[in-house]
Ligand binder design. Sequence first.
Ligand code: C2O
Length: 554
Amino acid sequence: AVTRKYQFDVQMTSVTRLCSTKSIVTVNGQYPGPTLFAREGDHVEVNVVNNSPYNMTIHWHGVRQLRSGWYDGPAYITQCPIQPGQSYVYRFTITGQRGTLWWHAHVSWLRATVHGPIVILPPLGVPYPFSPVPYKEVPLMFGEWWKNDTEAVIAQALQTGGGPNISDAFTMNGLPGPLYNVCSSAKGETFKLKVEPGKTYMLRLINAALNDELFFAVANHTLTVVDVDALYVKPFAVESLVIAPGQTSNVLLTANNNPNARYYMLARPYTNTQGTFDNTTVAGILEYEDTSNGKAPSTSSLPILRPTLPEINDTSVVSNYTAKLRSLASAEYPASVPQQVDREFFFTVGLGTHPCQSLINGTCQGPNNTRFAASINNISFVLPTTALLQSHYTGMSNGVYASNFPFYPLRPWNYTGTPPNNTNVMNGTKALVLPFGVAVELVMQDTSILGAESHPLHLHGFNFFVVGQGFGNYNPSSDPAKFNLVDPVERNTVGVPAGGWVAIRFRADNPGVWFMHCHLEVHMSWGLKMAWVVLDGARPDQKLPPPPADLPKC
Ligand code: C2O
């Protein structure tokens, strides 16, 4: 294991997409940002220098941060933001993960443009547990682009109490592709993947879009899923897959098709939200190299083939896909699923409403003159003005957060039948406290005042096992008997199914304060988030070390 050092200069950069130019926040002037490479077991140090006019933090999404919570990144949870002109060195070790993760800004909605891949290779000399060995590996990062200023989009979404202005395009490695109506100066805005016939490629997929789950497919090429959220899975082949914001996945693609054609790689939303959303399609193009003379054929005359993507609201495709995900559970890569649980929790997650009076500005776009709120167990989380982790560490949580996050919903709910009248969601900065080492089972149930909606829930500081999922109301007397405690998939972001529930298990072996939230940015802004406090254990190696000297101050 080695130490890998990176320099991240956060700055304003002029970027042109869809024929219009705007100034965006970037790292090192790049959109998407630079790729961070490490091997499992390596130590990583990233010096983040904030030369932008905005407060900044960087989160290493999915990195476990075992006893290094000071470097996790969510603003006002584990740290105060890095103010303009200031810097902070993030230091962490990659433990027990291999595959693809990503980094992104974790303050306001700045992750819209501040994000990049984290490529984690196995330790030197350790092979992949699948075959064939990929000839090349290619990160494929999906994003969402607004022609409008990102800050204006944020302000609009937060002030109206309705949905955000829909994006103008999805992007693949920062490029929208040819299916958008673009001017001639935008001709280069297509991601192209050149492949050699017969070779196998590993695509490292990352969904960095703000508000949309995406279906992905490549025309005439099967994808073999080998890894999700930097953890191996039992390989399986699919024609298309779904990936939620926050999720990552490695898939193998073998170039075994007619080289005299081109193939669209397409991504488009999966959603059953009512109302308006961006239903456009980002396209990249897969092209074969002509290996006979070592040069690429003149491709512009070749036919271009299109894959079939599932219908935009096809929830059954999504649940069939997620049901196939199984961890390896092998001798080398065992699945350490807690077989007994010490703490059981049941959370409702979804949308509700606040009375309109709580609106500071703008109009009320929620039903019956209300404002949308999103909540977990009817609590809409309010960020404090100082960081929870510091308050916890110094024993001064009074006035910052309350340790009484409810174990069960405070109001009755019923998914089947009329959606619950989930009004008067309460605001609060509440945490749920766990003793070190307890095995936790958490069932999350989708509820909504509007209709079913899938919520990609992301837990910081842990991977968890997805032991069960289903539609309708969770039944505590019959559903646990069907849990998979043998080879459930292990990940850091899981979709709570639209109109259904998901059950996860994890062991609270990482002391600190850990954020959990919906990775749809608009739902997070509306309060679909909460914090776990994991107490120190008795042994020295079960305690959170003291904060670093350069930890930013509020
Ligand atoms: Cu990918 Cu709390 O974040």
